[in-house]
Each structure stands twice: as structure tokens, then as C-alpha cells.
Design a protein around this ligand. Sequence first.
Ligand SMILES: NC(=O)C1=CN([C@@H]2O[C@H](COP(=O)(O)OP(=O)(O)OC[C@H]3O[C@@H](n4cnc5c(N)ncnc54)[C@H](O)[C@@H]3O)[C@@H](O)[C@H]2O)C=CC1
Ligand SMILES: O=C(O)[C@@H]1CCC=N1
Length: 260
Amino acid sequence: MRIAVVGGGVMGGTLVEAMARAGHDDIVVVERSPERRAELEAQGRATAADVEAVAGADVVLLVVKPQDVATVLPVLASALDPEATVVSLAAGVRTATIEETLPDSVSVVRAMPNTPAVIGRGMFGVSPGSRVSDDRLDTVVDLLGSGGEVVVVDESRQDAVTAVSGSGPAYVFYLAEQMIEAGIDAGLDPEAARTLTVQTLLGSAELLAGSDDPPAELRRRVTSPNGTTHAAITTFDDRGVGEGIRAGVRAAAARSAELG
Ligand SMILES: NC(=O)C1=CN([C@@H]2O[C@H](COP(=O)(O)OP(=O)(O)OC[C@H]3O[C@@H](n4cnc5c(N)ncnc54)[C@H](O)[C@@H]3O)[C@@H](O)[C@H]2O)C=CC1
Ligand SMILES: O=C(O)[C@@H]1CCC=N1
């Protein structure tokens, strides 16, 4: 299977690495920045400067910024193999918008990734456009599966997926920043604060992933009556931390809808 990746930035580079690790060896990265192309080539990737290089690809991953999609589409439309599948990873851009510009024979799929894909622990929410066969969708699910877990969702849910898992790693890193800073303030050296925080996040995520209990129940088991956890959670509630997080996720979903 020949794969072309248009946009070799943070997410494009991540996906290329994941697919290469999974054994895909016919990948070309279309990247307009000469500096970035040189970096990708140093990592052993085949690159091209012009979108025309998608000619002959079975699957094209579109991984440019949402505002750059409109400039790439007309070139894709003329260069693409008529039987190609285009997978857009651009936040907020609807499959209908892409389908309008591309030939009817081209299958269009939308996918929202996240950055843990760089270590094969990503989360992808995938939505087929209006003319995608089950076989084509399976191919895309398999391909993205090289970077982590894949769920298929109706496209109307993509703003919510973007807000929860697309942007989600940033929320976790934000929590990590606060915990590390607070640990240092409480007297830990920075390295110890980081180790304690990271292992706590890892262990808690794995405990949650392997449990049938909801997170609220796992939280209850940590919380002794009138103990330290109770003091922390009460303070979070008093300061509206939970509501703040939900408002943040809503703002991300609203911004995703706006970008579309
Ligand atoms: N970084 C993230 O965590 C996530 C990113 N995304 C989506 O992935 C897409 C890419 O994001 P990033 O990789 O973070 O951006 P980025 O800016 O790191 O990468 C985009 C790359 O595309 C290249 N590019 C732009 N126009 C081009 C053209 N016409 N031809 C060839 N190359 C071109 C740029 O030079 C750049 O290297 C965005 O649409 C974003 O919404 C989605 C979910 C998560
Ligand atoms: O912040 C953004 O717009 C992109 C989409 C999800 C993660 N990063």
C-alpha cells in the first residue's frame, strides 16, 4: 500500500513514525518547509516538496493546519489517484467540505488523533464521509491503529472527540505541571516531584483502564474520611476546579465547531 502524508509537522511526523514502526515501508511525506524536509530525511523518510507527489498513493493522510486545507485541496483534486482514500486529520474540517472539492470516486475519512500516538498509545476518533465502503474504512482503522486505539464515531461527534481526546493530552500535562510545581513548593526537589507525579499519573491511568469501576469509585477508595485526599478534593470543589475543567472541554468543542 502506497501512503502519502501531506504535512510533515508534529502530527504528520508522529503518524509516519507509527506507520513505519508497524511495517509500512512505502510512505512519502509531502512537506513544503525545506528545513523540516531535511529533518525528516535525516530520520530516513522519503519526502517531496509538492502536493503533486500524492499521485499513485492508495491512502493520503492530510495533516496540515485546518487553515491550510483549502490551498491543498485543489492540487489534491487534480493529482490524486481516482480510487484513493483521503484521511483528513485537520481539526474541525468537515468531510462534506473536502468531498465537494475532490472527485466523487475518492473516499474521504476524517480522523482526530492525539500526540501519544508518537509512542503508539494514541487515541483516534474516525468518521467516514458519505462515500466510504466498509473495506476502505477498515483499511483506515488498521492504518491508524499503528498509532494506538481507534474508535469509529458519527461525524456529528467529532467536536466532542476533539475536545476530549484530541486536546486531552494537554489537560493531563497541565495537571502534571500543577502537581510538580506544588510538590516543589512543598519541599520536593524537581526531579523527585516529577517522578512522583508521572508515576502517579501512569499508575492511575492503568488502574482506571483495567477497572470496571467508574473513576468516582476509584477516587472514593483513595479518600479517607476527613483525611488528606478529602482536604484536596474539597478545595478543588470549593475553587470550582471540576466545573473549570468541564468548561474548558466545552470551550474546546465550541472552538472545533467554529474551525469547521
Ligand atoms: N498536534 C496535535 O496534537 C494535533 C493536531 N491535529 C491536527 O493535525 C494537523 C497538523 O497539526 P500539527 O502537526 O500540530 O501542525 P504543524 O504546523 O506542526 O504541521 C503542519 C505541517 O504542514 C506543512 N504544510 C502546510 N501546508 C503545506 C502544503 N501546502 N504542502 C506541504 N506541507 C504543508 C507545514 O510546513 C508543517 O510542517 C492540524 O490540522 C491539527 O488540527 C489534530 C489532533 C492533535
Ligand atoms: O489544538 C488544536 O487545535 C489541535 C486539535 C486537537 C489538538 N490540537
